[in-house]
Design a protein around this ligand. Structure first.
Ligand code: MRU
Length: 355
């Protein structure tokens, strides 16, 4: 089945499929500088929490590779600048910070082992590529756990795009749907278009269509109508950050879907890797919510659709844990009380991917 490749490490640089242009055009750009990678994350060339993490890891690697430093000491002085530029791009998806921490840890190990400049460069590239490789193994495991909860024959709703484009693997929420579909479940996906950036209409619809998975595109204000019909068997979404108590930040609009799901007795599930956990914060009120440009609301693909008025654009909202039936991860399924189940999963052995 077709799996989109949003990012790749190549000898020429970091190659990213420009998700801003989908579905009309499939155009890729090659980045040879960490500042370019940071700009690509900020401007949504690449998006989706785990994929942002992969991009950040590769951004660090390209920064180290292309640094003009001629000594380990000089590289050590420049390294925080590289990480800071990438950290300042998008605040909500914790995978970004997880990936930067992982690259920092590897860099420090290399410094401690007195590796020379060339060995550091090689090892940082290997680490970034390993982060990428792990996403595939992680998504496949999430998919296997989550597929069990999908209807044998029925409709499944999602939100935004939590597919291969968003993870650089097979997707989290769409990975669950994909595995269930491949197992022979007769799934039909309801895809809310996900205003204002239209990740549902532009990206999820494109991925599912390419993968041969049946779907119906709906506008965001049709969600309640469809949930009330009694014909939706489950909802599965991705996540950008999951607090210690299970409160989950995801694309704006997810909260209202979860509340309507409860009202209509439809199970609402979250699919996310452990790298999306932020157990350092007790609950969702501590999750920073990115405010994106108002132009993304007042304009569609550069065309003004509203008068020149103030427009708000919080890019994410937080779904309280009480609306979430279960959280699918690569290490198993968490259920309430989440404070205990998430902690247990975070301490469980990691899913391995071949080096
Ligand atoms: O603003 P985006 O497109 O980066 O938002 C993406 C989402 O909200 C996804 O649902 C989330 O990152 C999970 S991706 C597997």
């Amino acid at each position: 089945m077709y799996v989109a490749q949003p990012i790749e490490w190549t000898d020429e640089g970091v190659v990213m499929l420009d998700q801003r242009r989908l579905p009309a055009e499939e155009i890729s750009h090659t980045y040879t500088d960490y500042r370019g990678v940071a700009k690509a994350i900020q401007e949504m060339v690449i998006r989706g929490a785990p994929a942002i993490g992969v991009a950040a890891a590769m951004g660090v690697a390209i920064g180290v590779l292309k640094s003009s430093a001629t000594s380990v000491e000089a590289l050590k002085a420049e390294f925080p600048e590289i990480c800071d530029a990438l950290a300042k791009t998008r605040p909500t998806a914790v995978d970004l910070f997880w990936a930067l921490e992982r690259m920092k840890t590897r860099f420090n190990e290399l410094l401690q082992s007195h590796a020379d400049l060339s060995a550091i460069r090689d090892a940082m590239i290997l680490e970034a590529r390993q982060v990428h490789r792990e996403k595939l193994a992680t998504d496949e495991a999430i998919g296997r756990f989550g597929a069990e909860y999908m209807p044998k024959d029925g409709q499944v709703m999602t939100q935004c795009n939590a597919g291969a484009l968003a993870t650089a693997g097979i997707g989290t929420a769409l990975g669950v749907i994909r595995v269930a579909f491949e197992q022979g479940r007769k799934i039909h996906v309801l895809v809310p278009e996900t205003r204002p950036y239209l990740q549902g209409a532009r990206l999820t619809a494109w991925e599912l269509h390419r993968g041969g998975i049946p779907l119906t595109l709906i506008t965001d204000n049709m969600v309640g109508y469809f949930l009330k019909t009694g014909k939706v068997g489950a909802i599965v979404t991705g996540a950008d950050r999951i607090a210690a108590n299970g409160d989950t930040a995801n694309k704006i609009g997810t909260y209202q879907i979860a509340v309507l799901a409860k009202e209509n007795n439809v199970p609402f599930y979250v699919a996310a890797p452990i790298s999306t956990f932020d157990l350092s914060i007790p609950h969702g009120d501590h999750i920073p919510i990115e405010e994106r440009p108002a132009e993304e609301v007042t304009h569609l693909q550069g065309v003004r659709i509203a008068p020149d008025v103030h427009a708000a654009h919080p890019a994410f909202d937080v779904t309280p844990n009480r609306y979430i039936r279960a959280i699918f991860t690569e290490r198993g399924v968490a259920t309430a009380p989440y404070t205990e189940s998430l902690k247990k999963l975070a301490a469980a052995p990691a899913v391995s991917a071949a080096r």
